[in-house]
Each structure stands twice: as C-alpha cells, then as structure tokens.
Design a protein around this ligand. Sequence first.
Ligand SMILES: Cc1cc2nc3c(=O)[nH]c(=O)nc-3n(C[C@H](O)[C@H](O)[C@H](O)COP(=O)(O)O)c2cc1C
Length: 157
Amino acid sequence: MSRIKGKELSPELMALLDGTDLDSKVGETVLLLTVSESGWPHLAMLSVGELLATRPDEVRMALWTGTTTGKNLRRTSQGTLALVYGGAGHYIELEVTGTSGLQVGTKTLDYFSCAVTKALADVVGYATLTTGIRFELPRKEDVVSRWEHTIAAMRAL
Ligand SMILES: Cc1cc2nc3c(=O)[nH]c(=O)nc-3n(C[C@H](O)[C@H](O)[C@H](O)COP(=O)(O)O)c2cc1C
C-alpha cells in the first residue's frame, strides 16, 4: 500500500530533481500521468533534464510543445509524476499553477510550474524495487548540454 508522505518532496527526491549533476542522472525516467479528454490515463516519459524541483513543494516542467500531455495539464491542472528511486515507488501529485512558453536557445518549450499537493511512497516489506524504467543516450554530451540549458532557463524564472 502506498503511504502518504505529505505535501513535499523528500530530500532524496529533491537531490534527484534539483537540476545539478545531470550527467550522473542520465537514465532516470519519470512518468508523467495526466487525464485525457476522454477520461483515460495518459502517459509521457520525462528525464531529469525537463524537471526542476525548486522547493520541496514546487516542481517546474519543460515539455515538448504540442503534446497531448501539455493539453491535458492545461485543461485539468493536474498531473502525477511516478518514478522508482532509492528502492521505492514515488507518486507525486501536482497542481499546475502557471504555464507559458519557455525559450531555450532557438527552441520554445511548453513550461508548467506546479505545486506538490501530495507525495506518496510505495514500499512493501516482502519485495524490494531494484530499478525503474531506464534509458541510454547514444549522444550523451549533446543531450546533457541541452538539458543544462533547459534547466538554466527554468531556474531563471
Ligand atoms: C526516453 C524518453 C524520453 C522522453 N523525454 C521527453 C521529454 O523530455 N519531454 C517530452 O515532452 N517528452 C519526452 N518523451 C516523449 C513522451 O513520452 C511523449 O511521448 C511525448 O511528450 C508526446 O506526448 P503526448 O502523447 O502527450 O502527445 C520521452 C520519451 C522517451 C521514450
């Protein structure tokens, strides 16, 4: 059973999503669940290069433009981040507090500021989570550099 940890990100999740040392965090995958217009759960995947926790109760996100996920966030103002980290499942409920375009170099991203409304941790005694979804980057340096620009733009807001 998942346990409510409160309305704030844990120090461990803050450290993961604080926008620093992105190189060492390549592969960590965060699911973003939204609710579609027809009421279905809708999933997208994000990396640590598109998410920035500025405070334990605030998360900023920069998504690709024109996604269904972005439309869902604007329409419902709700989203849930889900990830496996540190041997636990973490489900973070977010309420969108603002949205705009975010200029990063020549590209515009779909920016959302969010308040953390609930933080759940999923841990059971009889099993240990060993890994979440992970990815590799064939051109890691290029991608990490892009992430750093995105994080800097979000931090500057
Ligand atoms: C490894 C991986 C990384 C992804 N990174 C991002 C990302 O940084 N930003 C983003 O908006 N979508 C990212 N996506 C794509 C989303 O999962 C999603 O397919 C996309 O945003 C389109 O979403 P939509 O179905 O809501 O239109 C990534 C997908 C994968 C498989």
